[in-house]
Design a protein around this ligand. Structure first.
Ligand code: SF4
Ligand code: SF4
Length: 472
């Protein structure tokens, strides 16, 4: 029985309810009256239910689809302006005891180089990331209680936060590690993590069990209820995601929104972010062996429908996607992107030798951070290195209420300008710096409150003068 408030996965992600939703969407995909009604509701910017959103995803009427894309673009502008938050992944270790068939880190893969970084290696990687200009990391590690116990992860977080080089600092560490216990989530919370991210991979239980034939991750319920344990441990910023390509995308879409509804119903706070990875080639992995790959058109529709269904949730696209695709989805709802990513264990400080491949997937966008920053600004986006919210205690429902009232914009915009200014001063090429300085000058006029504008102007001057880390 479907029950969004339940903490049992079979009740908050109900297979029968998803099937009924897909039937409903299929039989209403040409129902103009219903689709209009849902679009009108979406215009209120309070989100949609999984059922309504799935009808829009299935909608077959060209003119209405154009309206859906336009609305996604508008909601993106209203909530996120033209800011794009930057981050980079850092793979700590690829030792893993799971058997995920779509991931080269699975236990039986004997081709891949197994690596686990020492604290000294992490320090070197962090310095290399700081020297590019990164301030926000997402750390990743395989599941292996012997090689990567929680103590190792905590030690790595501590090393990352305490590595300070020139003007660089990693100010927010998001954590993407396997589902774990409430006790371990409490330890992560105490280590001052930003968001806890865990991809569901697929919400379809039967497929999930086949795709995860061995290892602790085989346990669908334990994995699906991970965010509940994280919330119970006090981590109130959590990031959801599915790996598109493993199961039918409609099913995943409905499951993902159902999961978001569950978090809202049970804990009063929806997901902080949603990621939309698509399966990519990697050592021992050929994406064409998975039958459910999605083309760019469907991908764009998914991004748009998530954007209008969860207006307050950040959306992340990684370097799994190429420049062209990233350009498209930025307009439609993406608010965070990674730049200059390495998906190997290490590889930022020194490139990994070819014969030692430890990458989780092949990157589709190989540009440097400076190139990505310049590219964003040439499209009139403001690359933001802001990490202010969790450092100011704006997490969970506190963060969401500021988002819902629109007040968060009064922080995001000035913080974007000040952190971009830091980037320009410390790391940008001459050309990028010139473009950036002009952009900041123009964007200052878009800070609505005169008092705030005055503070930003003063802080920008102080940044030119060598001072750092101003925030609202
Ligand atoms: S997806 Fe995660 S858990 Fe599965 S094999 Fe890869 S690293 Fe391990
Ligand atoms: S102010 Fe908060 S929500 Fe806005 S960009 Fe910074 S961290 Fe994100």
């Amino acid at each position: 029985m479907y029950n969004p408030k339940s903490t049992k996965s079979e009740e908050f992600i109900s297979h029968n309810e998803i099937l009924a939703t897909l039937d409903y969407a299929e039989s209403n995909k040409n129902n103009l009256e219903l689709i209009d009604k849902i679009i009108e509701k979406a215009k209120l910017r309070k989100g949609l239910s999984y059922k309504e959103a799935t009808v829009l995803l299935e909608c077959n009427i060209e003119e209405k689809n154009k309206e859906i894309f336009a609305l996604a673009e508008q909601i993106k502008k209203d909530f996120y302006g033209n800011r794009i938050v930057m981050f980079a992944p850092l793979y700590l270790s690829n030792y893993c005891i799971n058997g995920c068939v779509y991931c080269p880190y699975h236990l039986k893969n004997k081709n891949i180089a197994r690596k686990k970084m020492t604290q000294e290696e992490i320090r070197r990687e962090v310095i290399a990331l700081q020297d590019m200009g990164h301030k926000r990391l997402a750390i990743e590690a395989g599941e292996d209680p012997v090689n990567n116990p929680i103590e190792y992860i905590l030690e790595c977080i501590n090393t990352i936060y305490n590595t300070v080089h020139k003007n660089g600092a990693i100010r927010r560490v998001n954590v993407n590690i396997a589902a774990t216990t409430v006790e371990n989530y409490k330890k992560l919370k105490d280590a001052n993590i930003g968001t806890y991210i865990l991809f569901q991979e697929t919400y379809h239980k039967e497929s999930y069990e086949k795709l995860h034939p061995t290892g602790p991750k085989h346990n669908y319920d334990y994995h699906t209820e991970a965010m509940d344990r994280a919330m119970q441990a006090g981590i109130d910023d959590v990031g959801l995601g599915v790996l598109f390509g493993l199961e039918l995308y409609r099913y995943e879409f409905a499951g993902l929104l159902m999961h978001a509804e569950h978090l809202e119903a049970a804990y009063g706070v929806g997901p902080h972010t949603v990621s939309v990875p698509r399966i990519r080639p990697a050592d021992d992995i050929d994406p064409s062996t998975f039958d459910n790959g999605i083309n760019d058109e469907i991908f764009e529709k998914i991004v748009s429908c998530i954007r209008i269904s969860l207006p307050y949730t950040g959306m992340i696209v990684s370097t799994r996607e190429n420049q062209k695709c990233r350009e498209k989805v930025l307009h439609l709802g993406i608010s965070q992107i990674s730049g200059a990513s390495k998906t190997s264990v290490g590889g930022y400080a020194e490139p990994e030798p070819e014969e030692e491949n430890s990458a989780q997937f092949d990157v589709s966008d190989n540009r440097t951070l400076d190139e990505v920053v310049k590219w964003l600004m040439e499209m009139d986006y403001i690359p933001s290195f802001c990490t202010a919210c969790y450092r100011e205690g704006r997490t969970g429902d506190r963060f969401m209420s500021l988002c819902k009232s629109g007040e968060i914009q009064n922080c995001c915009h000035p913080n974007a300008l000040m952190t971009l200014k830091e980037y320009l001063e410390d790391y940008a090429s001459t050309e990028t710096r010139e473009i950036g300085e002009k952009l900041i000058k123009n964007e200052l006029d878009n800070v609505p409150k005169a008092k705030v504008r005055e503070i930003v102007e003063r802080n920008l001057y102080n940044i030119s003068d060598g001072k750092r880390d101003f925030r609202f």
